[in-house]
Design a protein around this ligand. Structure first.
Ligand SMILES: NC(=O)c1ccc[n+]([C@@H]2O[C@H](COP(=O)([O-])OP(=O)(O)OC[C@H]3O[C@@H](n4cnc5c(N)ncnc54)[C@H](O)[C@@H]3O)[C@@H](O)[C@H]2O)c1
Length: 324
């Protein structure tokens, strides 16, 4: 039987490189990435297997996508501007890196007759609500340009599945954390601590709370949903049931740094920036009903990720983070 061929758009980044590590166990992998954020070094393990190739190109280039995608069996689309607040300074960013790049990936998949398409989406599609959102809960609309581009990408995938017969999976991630993290609050805090150990500035009042999902659980859940759901369009949240506050995350970062006495200075207000959803919570029960179980609680995911990122920022050894 021919080997399955997987194509990961944005596969040299944080989540994509962990996904590549897993997919080389199942077949051949092509990573398509412009290396704007991702790094070839993140793919060292996958490439060393001899089953993973990197194509350095941009998802805005439809002919390049089509050329590279021909002959593949499934597309995992992860390329995006992953930082919601970057849309404040550049309001076209999420249109180009999100909506249009997703359309290009879908159109290339249609032209290449790739039958399966997986989209990395986000809990931001549920808008500004503190309710535990299940997958049918779309009602409040996104409040960031990033969230808007995720919802647009979901709508495009839905339309492509209905019009052109490909099968689709939408995974709405909580805050994904872990080694090789390229962005996010934990990495920001650790970098700020490295630059200015006397005080840690934290945006907002520290009471913002989000579900943190460890990247191992995230990739595990994506593959589980991919293997166990076979509707024309399958939509799943990926997050633990609980949340972690920003204050707790900051305390974990301080404890994991070489500067355990650092004080926290909050900038105030209920959210980090306009468009930030201060309290989000995702209901993971749809994927759980298929048999998938998250291994790390939100606090455990945050703690493990902070330890790993602290080693990347400060170099080993640093003391393990203790509960604040
Ligand atoms: N990390 C999270 O907490 C989180 C949460 C929800 C959703 N997501 C989504 O998951 C996906 C992966 O996120 P991540 O955290 O791994 O981010 P990341 O930035 O580490 O990975 C994205 C990758 O896409 C590449 N890329 C960006 N634009 C590209 C383009 N135009 N052409 C080719 N490559 C391009 C980058 O170089 C990078 O390697 C994104 O779609 C993101 O929106 C992430």
């Amino acid at each position: 039987m021919a080997e399955t061929r997987f194509f990961i758009v944005g596969g040299a980044g944080f989540i994509g490189s962990h996904l590549a590590d897993r997919l080389v166990e199942r077949g051949r992998v092509t990573v398509f990435d412009n290396l704007s954020v991702g790094r070839q070094a993140y793919l060292a393990g996958a490439i060393a297997t001899g089953r993973c190739d990197l194509v350095e190109a941009d998802a805005s280039d439809l002919p390049a996508l089509e050329r590279a995608m021909a002959g593949h069996d499934a597309v995992f689309h992860l390329a995006a501007n992953p930082e919601a607040r970057h849309g404040l300074a550049n309001p076209r960013l999420d249109l180009e890196q999100g909506t249009l790049a997703t359309w290009n990936a879908l159109e290339a998949a249609r032209r290449c007759a790739v039958p399966r398409f997986v989209l990395a989406s986000s809990g931001t599609v549920y808008g500004d609500t503190a309710n535990a959102c299940d997958e049918g809960a779309l009602g409040a609309l996104p409040i960031s340009l990033y969230g808007a581009s995720k919802l647009a990408g979901e709508a495009l995938l839905s339309a492509f599945t209905a019009c052109f017969g490909l099968r689709g999976w939408i995974f709405r991630f909580g805050n994904v954390v872990g080694p090789r993290g390229t962005h996010g609050a934990a990495l920001d805090f650790l970098r700020k601590l490295a630059a200015r150990p006397d005080a840690l500035e934290v945006l907002g009042d520290g009471r913002q709370s989000k579900p943190y999902v460890h990247v191992e659980d995230c990739v595990d859940a994506v593959l589980f949903g991919f293997d166990h759901a076979a509707d024309p369009l399958n939509v799943f949240n990926i997050a633990p049931d609980e949340v972690t506050t920003v204050a707790r995350l900051a305390a974990l970062c301080i404890a994991a740094s070489p500067y355990p006495g650092t004080a926290i200075r909050y900038t105030g207000g209920d959210r980090g920036w306009p468009g930030d959803v201060p309290r989000s919570r995702l209901d993971p029960s749809r994927l759980a009903a298929l048999g998938w179980r998250v291994r790390h609680s939100s606090d455990e995911a945050a703690r493990r990720a902070v330890d790993a990122l602290a080693r990347e920022v400060f170099g080993a050894p640093v003391p393990p983070a203790e509960a604040p």
